[in-house]
Design a protein around this ligand. Structure first.
Ligand code: C2O
Ligand code: CU
Ligand code: CU
Length: 509
């Protein structure tokens, strides 16, 4: 469906992006009423004592997404979102987080393999005014990761206000591939988030019970914190790092002229080889890197075609939330010729080897209106009635489950041996698709309903879509960090489902 898009004129205000890099040329796109795409500031840290040090301040601010309307926001080192932290494989990093917010928060390094007490999940709360230091060695390949708040029961609202940022890992292998890698020039991050605004410009979050069930979907789209962004391409070969940092929305991304593009990396790094596609579905927390050839110098729009993921799920259609957005207008008319000649083979994990091994465990995602919850929790109506009574934290209590159980901070659901690999069978006994995420690992999708995965799903993943009724097998490396006292999380990355309890925890021993 065609959503009303907010167009606004170029103005100093619209460009008042504070912490963001300003475009060096006035984009032609601007003349059409677009906002120049902001690029999050890049932090490479500071070397001290053999460690790369970063500082993040979680702080409140405001941003004029729409001219003349100040939206109260949260961000890291700025008003909305945070800087891109760039590190090298092999580095020891030390990140100090200061919480200047009026509320407890956490910062989780999504996709990172690291000791559990450094993970920044719900067990590492940072009280208002307090500091938290996370130190770990980067032991995994080059990838586009991200960081975000992961506070017990409050991940959804905190990320929605802006507590998220990018984290890049570089390594020698990826540097040798001749990929576009000039940050913000030919290697461009696109943090995609949908939002709803009130008439006076405030963020609108969870006002109706069905939104708790479907997850928060917005009618406007922000890319790197800007509505209706345009990019004056400076190179005719762009690497776009697509990050779905939305609370709940799935996107079906394609170019307006149907042109094909090459997917080169997924959540955990480079694919075995580039996969040419004309559209790509992305669930919350998934990342894909793509190469787009603009050598025809023709303007093109990256679009969300809508209809992805849960668009067909009852309440979504009812609320007019099935999607369809312009994501980014690209004008390559003045682009220079890229000297980069990326290869087809990228060196990611070899997909051919699927070792036969028994499934170690099965995890089934469930919602209140189906399966066991129907009997026990009074089904959808019971849950909705409970929800309307208030009780924000517990209102989804019993509605969102994995293997029949709602998340409990005090309960460790299982343990896995360190330095090992397990095959997990993922199921979905609910009417919605869920992006299933595991901390401290980059796993491989072995099969989807018994079939080998699509070309772009053959690399390292930390989040994978499980559609209703599907059976997925994933091979999960357990990592080197044994610690019986601190658990890691696994959960649905629709943040309202996570907050509602579709989450569990495991320890590595
Ligand atoms: Cu990105 Cu446990 O989350
Ligand atoms: Cu995570
Ligand atoms: Cu879910």
């Amino acid at each position: 469906m065609d959503l009303p898009r907010r167009r606004f004129l170029y103005s100093a205000l619209a460009l008042g992006l504070g912490a963001s890099v300003r475009p060096r040329v006035l984009p032609a796109a601007v003349r059409k009423g677009l906002t120049p795409l902001p690029i999050p500031p890049l932090l490479e840290g500071e070397w001290r004592d053999g460690k790369r040090h970063f500082r993040l301040n979680a702080q409140a601010g405001e941003r004029e997404f729409m001219p003349g309307k100040a939206t109260p926001t949260w961000g890291f080192n700025g008003d909305y979102l945070g800087p891109t932290l760039r590190m090298q494989r092999g580095d020891t990093v030390s990140i100090e987080v200061l919480n200047r917010l009026p509320e407890t928060t956490t910062v989780h390094w999504h996709g990172m393999i690291l000791p559990a007490r450094m993970d920044g999940g719900p067990h590492q709360p940072i009280a208002p005014g307090a500091r938290w230091r996370s130190e770990y060695r980067v032991i995994q390949p080059a990838a586009t990761l991200f960081y975000h708040a992961h506070t017990h029961g409050l991940t959804g609202p905190q990320v929605y206000r802006g507590l998220a940022g990018l984290l890049y890992i570089d390594d020698a292998e990826s540097a040798a591939l001749d990929l576009p890698s000039d940050y913000g020039v030919d290697d461009i991050p696109l943090v995609i988030q949908d939002r709803d605004f009130t008439d006076d410009g405030r963020f609108r979050y969870l006002e109706f019970m069905p939104e708790r069930m479907t997850g928060k979907h917005g009618r406007s789209l922000l890319v790197n914190g800007a509505l209706s962004p345009g990019l004056q391409a400076r190179s005719d070969l762009l690497r776009l790092r697509l990050v779905n940092a939305s609370n709940a929305r799935f996107y079906r991304l394609a170019f307006s002229d149907g042109r094909r593009f090459r997917v080169i990396a997924s959540d955990g790094g480079l694919l075995p080889e580039a996969a040419a596609v004309s559209e790509l579905v992305m669930a919350p927390a998934e990342r894909y890197e793509i190469l787009v050839d603009l050598s025809d110098r023709k303007p093109v729009v990256l679009r969300d075609l809508g209809g992805a993921g849960n668009a067909g799920f009852g309440p979504m259609g009812m609320m007019g939330l099935d999607g369809g957005f312009d994501v980014l207008h690209i004008d390559p008319s003045a682009a220079g010729r890229s000297p980069r000649r990326p290869k087809q083979r990228l060196g990611g994990p070899d997909p051919a080897r699927v070792e036969a091994s028994a499934d170690a465990r099965a995890l089934v995602l469930e919602m209140g209106m189906m399966g066991r919850g129907m009997m026990r929790g009074g089904g959808m109506m019971g849950g909705m009635r409970r929800g309307m009574m208030g009780d924000p934290g517990g209102m989804m209590g019993g509605m969102m489950r994995i293997n029949g159980r709602t998340f409990d901070m005090q309960r460790v659901d299982f343990t896995v041996p360190a330095n090992s690999e397990e095959v997990w069978l993922l199921g979905n006994d609910s009417p919605m698709a869920h992006p299933f995420h595991v901390h401290n690992t980059q796993f491989r999708l072995l099969t989807r309903n018994g079939r080998p995965p699509a070309a772009w799903e053959r690399g390292y993943k930390d989040t994978v879509i499980v559609h209703p009724g599907e059976k997925l097998r994933i091979r999960v490396p357990t990592g080197p960090y044994a610690d019986a006292r601190h658990p890691y999380m696994f959960h649905c990355h629709i943040l309202e489902h996570e907050d509602g309890g579709m989450m569990g925890q495991f320890t590595v021993v």
